[in-house]
Design a protein around this ligand. Sequence first.
Ligand code: CMP
Length: 138
Amino acid sequence: MSERTLVLVKPDGVERGLIGEVISRIERKGLRLVALEMRHVDRKLAEQHYAEHDGKPFFESLLEFITSGPVVAAVVEGPKAVAAFRQIAGGTDPVEKADAGSLRGDYGLEVQYNLVHGSDSPESAERELKLWFPDLQA
Ligand code: CMP
């Protein structure tokens, strides 16, 4: 059974030239890219995407950061795609939670600048994919 997840290379990952590295690891794992697009995130999309963090102390700086430069948004498909990409990404905090060998473990230092986003559950993936790629066929 195949599923889909939303992957973002955040502005820090784009700025640091890590788009190829992220895509390469997705492909090497055996996952498939269904859509891929570089875009600038406006405030409205940022607020919708991060709605569950509204009210948290880091919410405003998170919005500023994600709208600060281009991101790469990808729809990634495969068996257990949500968990598979989370394994590739590593835990949210690049030092405290991400294992060496993961993207965040290998390239990140700070929780806000953690390079990539991956949907955290199949339900989140469905919501986020509708938000980012409303015209994509199932
Ligand atoms: P992401 O997977 O995109 O989902 C929510 C994001 O909030 C997370 O990655 C981090 O970039 C950010 N985040 C989580 N906790 C903190 C924190 N304590 N301070 C700043 N940013 C955070």
